[in-house]
Ligand binder design. Structure first.
Ligand code: ADP
Length: 732
């Protein structure tokens, strides 16, 4: 075993040297894979230690300083100061005079008390930090970062441990003055009236990651980039697409009588496996509950998953969206794997209802007599991702490929939901209104197919951060006992998220960014994508970050996918009224006029008909009249339609790019997304991939635009859900 592990490490070392090539097409396969030896002593921090050493720290800082200018933010040269002084100068008051990333807000100069919260400048006035005056002083001691944990719910234990490790200050019942960070257990709105600081949730994330909305967002991307988005199982939205689903399945069966595909049905707002069932015949769908049609997704069932110890398992990966604009994504190098508790068999009519065989949810399997609680990270029904990858590597599996495919899946999924999130963001925190900035930890549930292709099952906006589990300590006596595996992984993720969000540790290069749909300066891709990972922080003795930046690090490979964001930028631009999320008919006409899209063949009367037609199909009995109008998804459909009319001979993707270019040329420099420069159609068309179709082939009609139109006529789109049933800390 020891020798083998040695081999694996050598192999990893080799991979690492490959990874330096920033210009290559694929994701760096050396993304510090979560690989550890089962025999190695677990790192109590939850981080994998087989990463580049921290010795590079000071050199790194110097490198960063060299890359920037050698001036401090006040324009004073920093020569002669030791690296740590330069580093510390990075944060205090000078930082607070900067725009906060993603908000366009300038902290300094605001001192008013608003809604019981003080804005940042009050906070900073209490610090013992040097001011940006002519006589530059070395910093003495900075005040601890303050965290409001009053709404943290079940994340509280892990959060407390993290705050303690960082020597920050916790306010568990809230605080009258503003805190630097607010930790919410469910949604952005857990704590209203926050006007400064940072909140660990984005507005609209809960809604966007519900099963139907996620499926829709991915589907839009599948239309534009079918090969790149083949990691999501074919899905139909119920009840709207019932007819389409039945017809397609009937046709599959008729064309090959031996085919008997299986489908998994998932209620829209469901979690923890609740209400999920498998079917082999559309007739078995439970479409109505009581008198109500049930909103659900029916999805192709991945019938050949990768097994370990004959058991099906899935991966829970933690992903941090550090900033939406510019987009910054981090992936935790360590995750969890959740195992079924009954040996897997391919689905048959007989075994369809065996949940312990088919569903990997912790909350279900923990009820099975076979569930194994283990303190070890590489045995039991919940294990670390690294221990599983180690097992696979030991069997000769190319885990660097698997890991880079997983990174690609994560980045692409985030890109799919980003346009809608931006609409929510500008509605909740319009640029002119004081508000916090946001970040969020997401839980990605990923299944590995037998051929090692990762498949996205769902993205959880509130992944469980519980570090204890319920156990029967004596017959009939249940207690919450610590779960070492959960603690190892989750405390690392929370602590390092906090470190990355440390308001006093902002990089000097942080470019002020406007919020919402405003213009985006081009993203600056650091030459060394790892530099931040190794930055020291105030505690100084903390381990290397277990969160790894993947975007903007891999901007080059993925920016061509950010087309719908450009459509969203147009949409937001024409929304008009602050806080609005729907476009009215006049605004739509203004868009058409401003972008000069009407002509003698497409008159303003046709524009009105298009608006009414699409809006009607996307609108449902809206009780709330404020929500009348055209939402982003409907606007995207209208945009595809306009692009199809205008550039008939091109493919859908080319049509959309051409129309975007045309609209943006009429609008000037305000439009577009941050990666505007690299969003070229030719790049999009060049992009190769490794098509590995899932079980049910995605039909590819000759004209995607025609397909889009046909689809939109067949099915009524899903109503934007309201944040009614919010899921809190879901452990799957
Ligand atoms: P929930 O939010 O209720 O946990 P998921 O989408 O995560 O819903 O599905 C629950 C479980 O069902 C997953 O953990 C996985 O084991 C299984 N599952 C979900 N979708 C598929 C699929 N398309 N193919 C195979 N198994 C699936």
């Amino acid at each position: 075993m020891g020798d083998h592990y040695g081999d694996v490490r050598v192999q990893l070392g080799r991979m690492k040297s490959l990874g330096e090539d920033a210009g290559k097409e694929d994701v760096d396969p050396d993304e510090e894979m979560p690989l550890s030896s089962p025999s190695a002593s677990p790192d109590p921090t939850g981080c994998i230690t087989a990463v580049p050493g921290t010795d590079a720290l000071s050199a790194d800082i110097c490198k960063q300083k060299g890359k920037r200018s050698s001036k401090n933010p006040c324009g004073k040269p920093l020569q002669g100061f030791p690296a740590h002084a330069v580093k510390n100068f990075n944060s205090p008051l000078c930082d607070q005079t900067l725009h906060i990333k993603g908000t366009g807000k300038i902290l300094q100069g605001k001192s008013a008390e608003s809604n019981g919260n003080y804005v940042g400048v009050h906070e900073s006035s209490n610090t013992q930090e040097p001011r940006c005056e002519d006589d530059f002083k070395l910093p003495r001691k900075r005040r601890p970062v303050t965290v409001d944990t009053s709404k943290a719910k079940t994340s509280l234990e892990a959060l407390k441990l993290s705050i303690k490790e960082l020597q920050w200050k916790e306010f568990h019942t809230g605080r009258r003055a503003a805190c630097d960070i607010y930790w919410h257990g469910v949604s952005f709105h857990d704590n209203e009236n926050i006007v400064s600081g940072q909140v660990n949730k984005f507005p609209g994330m809960v809604e966007m990651l519900r099963k139907i909305n996620l499926s829709r967002a991915v589907r839009t991307m599948q239309e534009l980039f079918p090969e790149e988005y083949d990691f999501y199982p074919r899905s139909w939205i119920l009840p709207e697409e019932y007819q389409q689903f039945s017809t397609e399945i009937r046709m599959v069966k008729e064309s090959d009588a031996t085919e008997s595909p299986t489908f998994i049905v998932k209620p829209d707002g469901g979690s923890q496996g609740d209400g999920i069932y498998l079917i082999r015949d559309p007739g078995d769908l439970k479409l109505v509950v009581g008198a109500q049609a049930k909103q659900a997704v029916v999805q192709e069932y991945i019938h050949k998953p990768l097994l370990i110890d004959k058991l099906k398992f899935d991966i829970r990966l933690y992903v941090l969206i550090k900033s939406m604009q510019p987009l910054e994504i981090y992936i935790a190098k360590e995750g969890l794997t959740r195992f079924c508790t009954e040996p897997y068999q391919e689905p048959s009519q007989k075994n369809l209802s065996r949940v312990f065989m088919h569903l990997t949810n912790y909350s279900l399997n923990v009820q099975s007599g076979n569930y194994v609680h283990s303190d070890s990270q590489n045995t039991g029904s919940k294990r670390t991702l690294s221990s599983v990858l180690y097992r696979l590597a030991a069997k000769g599996v190319d885990i660097k490929r698997v890991w880079s495919d997983i990174i690609a899946l994560v980045i692409k999924s985030v890109i799919a939901v980003l346009p809608d999130l931006k609409v929510h963001y500008q509605a909740d925190i319009p640029p002119a209104k004081p508000g916090p900035t946001c970040f969020q930890i997401l839980g990605f549930d990923i299944l590995l197919m037998k051929n090692l292709k990762p498949v996205l099952l769902e993205v959880n906006s509130n992944p469980s951060m519980r570090i204890e589990h319920e156990q029967e300590v004596a017959p009939g006596v249940f207690e919450y006992v610590p779960s070492p595996v959960d603690e190892q992984v989750k405390v690392g993720v929370i602590r390092d998220t906090l470190r990355l969000m440390d308001p006093f540790n902002k990089k000097l290069t942080a470019t002020p960014q406007p919020r919402g749909g405003g213009s985006d300066p081009l993203e600056v891709i650091p030459a060394d994508g790892d530099s931040l990972d190794r930055s020291p922080d105030n505690a100084g003795n903390l381990p290397p970050l277990c969160l790894k930046q993947v975007y903007p690090k891999y901007t080059k490979q993925f920016s061509h996918l950010r087309l719908v964001e450009r459509i969203a930028a147009l949409f937001i631009r024409f929304l008009g009224v602050k806080g609005n999320m729907r476009l009215g008919p006049t605004a739509f006409r203004t868009f058409i006029r401003t972008c000069k899209l009407s002509n003698s063949n497409f008159t303003m009367a046709s524009v009105d008909i298009l608006y009414i037609d699409i809006t009607r199909r996307w609108s449902f009995a809206l009780a709330d009249s404020r929500e009348a109008g055209m939402g982003l998804q409907a606007f995207v459909e209208a945009f595809f339609n306009l692009a199809g009319r205008r550039f008939k001979s091109l493919t859908l993707r080319e049509q959309v790019v051409s129309l975007l270019d045309l609209c943006e040329s009429h609008l000037g420099p305000q439009s577009g997304v941050e990666d505007r420069r690299s969003l070229s159609c030719s790049r999009a068309l060049q992009r190769g991939s490794r098509p590995q179709a899932l079980y049910i082939p995605h039909p590819r009609p000759s004209s995607p635009a025609a397909q889009r139109r046909a689809t939109s006529q067949d099915c009524r789109p899903h109503q934007r859900p309201k944040p009614r049933t919010l899921r809190a800390n879901v452990e799957n």
